[in-house]
Design a protein around this ligand. Sequence first.
Ligand code: NFA
Length: 102
Amino acid sequence: MAEKVDERPKVETKARTERPRLYKVTLLNDDFTPRDFVVAVLMAVFRMTEAEALGVMLTAHRKGACVVAVYTREVAETKCKQANDAGREQGYPLAFTMEQEE
Ligand code: NFA
């Protein structure tokens, strides 16, 4: 006669989904990058509408900096690099920075 096998799991598992850390990307103002170029980069890299990009560009221009968006780390890194590289290719000091959100 077949033995009864205890198929109950021997270890208790607790379902727990950790939220990924989020990173804030900020646009810094400078005196050299043309406004139109900043708007174009915001639209191309950060997928903003022209109105959104204009708003972010003007806020950075007036206040010195403007938060662009919040992403997971890899996405924030990739977008910052693409945007900073686009400026550097044209000889502009355009700068996007990222920092972990508390
Ligand atoms: N201050 C720049 C100008 O007057 C425009 C700019 C805005 C640059 C936001 C960088 C960030 N041409």
